[in-house]
Design a binder for this molecule. Sequence first.
Ligand SMILES: *[C@@H]1O[C@H](CO)[C@@H](O)[C@H](O)[C@H]1NC(C)=O
Ligand SMILES: *[C@@H]1O[C@H](CO)[C@@H](O)[C@H](O)[C@H]1NC(C)=O
Ligand SMILES: *[C@@H]1O[C@H](CO)[C@@H](O)[C@H](O)[C@H]1NC(C)=O
Ligand SMILES: *[C@@H]1O[C@H](CO)[C@@H](O)[C@H](O)[C@H]1NC(C)=O
Ligand SMILES: *[C@@H]1O[C@H](CO)[C@@H](O)[C@H](O)[C@H]1NC(C)=O
Ligand SMILES: *[C@@H]1O[C@H](CO)[C@@H](O)[C@H](O)[C@H]1NC(C)=O
Ligand SMILES: *[C@@H]1O[C@H](CO)[C@@H](O)[C@H](O)[C@H]1NC(C)=O
Ligand SMILES: *[C@@H]1O[C@H](CO)[C@@H](O)[C@H](O)[C@H]1NC(C)=O
Length: 397
Amino acid sequence: MVVLKYALPVLAAASAVFAADCGSGDTIKIENQSDLEKYSSCKTIKGDLKIEKQAEGELSLNGVQQIDGSFTSEGAGNVTSISAPELSSIKETFHLNGLTSLSSLKMGSLTKVGSIEFTALPQLQSLGFEKGVTDAGDVHIANTGLTSLDGISLKQVGQLDITDNRDMKKANVENLKNATGLMNFAGNSESLKISLPNLAGAKNMTFRNVSDASFPSLEKLSGQLGFWGLKFETFSAPNLTETGDLVFKGNEKLSNISMPNLKTINGGFQITRNDELKSLDFPKLEQVSGAIDFSGKFDEVSLGALENVRGGFNMQSTGNFSCGEFRKLRSDKVIRGSYKCEGGKSNPTSADGKSGASGTSNGKNSESSEGASVMNVANVPAMGMAAVFGALLQYAL
Ligand SMILES: *[C@@H]1O[C@H](CO)[C@@H](O)[C@H](O)[C@H]1NC(C)=O
Ligand SMILES: *[C@@H]1O[C@H](CO)[C@@H](O)[C@H](O)[C@H]1NC(C)=O
Ligand SMILES: *[C@@H]1O[C@H](CO)[C@@H](O)[C@H](O)[C@H]1NC(C)=O
Ligand SMILES: *[C@@H]1O[C@H](CO)[C@@H](O)[C@H](O)[C@H]1NC(C)=O
Ligand SMILES: *[C@@H]1O[C@H](CO)[C@@H](O)[C@H](O)[C@H]1NC(C)=O
Ligand SMILES: *[C@@H]1O[C@H](CO)[C@@H](O)[C@H](O)[C@H]1NC(C)=O
Ligand SMILES: *[C@@H]1O[C@H](CO)[C@@H](O)[C@H](O)[C@H]1NC(C)=O
Ligand SMILES: *[C@@H]1O[C@H](CO)[C@@H](O)[C@H](O)[C@H]1NC(C)=O
């Protein structure tokens, strides 16, 4: 800097002015392109950058490589395009909300973001993150026109919350190995196919109304795994050994759940209203710390390795299956809580008394250790289902 000053006094003076103007931690407010151009000599903007509501048209942030604070815009309904070709990092939140005309977001060098919050961006169909964002804390994308998650190339993520993106048909995050917060997909395109080929560990994962979900490497969840309204026939988690609550509810086409290595459920296990599911086989399942609650139209249930069910047991089906195996598990104290098992039941219900299947048949093979009363979820503290149903209600579609 000093050398430069002697060599090129005029330029140096100019750049000193710019340097002083790269932000001082305050929010830089942008109303138009000429406001942005003041920062074109800054490699790093120190502080937050905010695009104001009244901005319009195409905005381009040139020269800047890093923003030390956040990049935000709320309600700038006339901005059509934002580009920042050299920007590689946004330290804090990248938050865009209500940019209802934004159709182009080009940040070809962006790889690191504190967190992403994109909401109400109906015209935005793709993320121009050519290099791919590989580092981000939480990612929340709702109500956008995005057709895929291309551009999100994370290895690790906190929350991944992808909801109400009606045109989103594809969510492939090839590199993602671990999700440490809630992963939730709901209300996106009915034909959404999710592929997370390398995901090994996660906390909670909930999926609603998706056409495919593939997690071939998934080994362990510390929280719940739940599926509602799936649109496909086979769900397979070949490497999954352990999870919290496990729920399959209202998946009308699902005919095969394949979890050949599942050993431990640290919570409740509910399967209900999956009318095409005829056979249930969890060959290595040993421990369920909550309740088992299966209702539907199945003919066969095989839980050959079961050692310990700490919560209750409710199994009701229209199908022709025998409760003999479970009666024995009950008398052997493998099943410790309340017990109800009924095959050939015309109106099978889940433990909370809700209908477990559509259609009817004749009742037979009924048995219960507690008269006719159905196990009460509230009496099973380890079950943890309340959280699951709470989450479901939140996204009641
Ligand atoms: C850009 O916005 C600034 C206020 O941030 C204003 O002073 C300036 O006149 C505007 N320039 C143009 C070309 O509209
Ligand atoms: C967008 O432009 C229209 C027409 O010029 C104007 O009426 C409206 O207030 C602008 N919206 C915002 C958020 O500034
Ligand atoms: C995922 O990350 C969490 C928190 O950093 C860690 O405890 C867990 O072991 C990781 N799981 C895998 C499979 O890498
Ligand atoms: C599944 O687990 C096995 C044994 O740990 C491992 O060798 C295999 O690569 C895993 N499969 C996938 C798709 O991650
Ligand atoms: C995550 O799962 C745990 C255990 O199943 C549950 O208690 C918690 O409420 C869940 N959190 C969210 C955000 O769904
Ligand atoms: C999502 O799936 C559920 C269960 O199958 C269904 O009741 C609901 O109508 C579906 N929602 C949409 C938006 O299709
Ligand atoms: C269920 O799916 C698994 C994995 O795709 C497959 O190996 C198995 O044969 C299927 N079972 C039935 C009954 O179709
Ligand atoms: C029900 O199952 C029993 C034994 O598993 C079998 O003998 C009987 O024929 C079955 N009934 C029907 C209607 O499938």
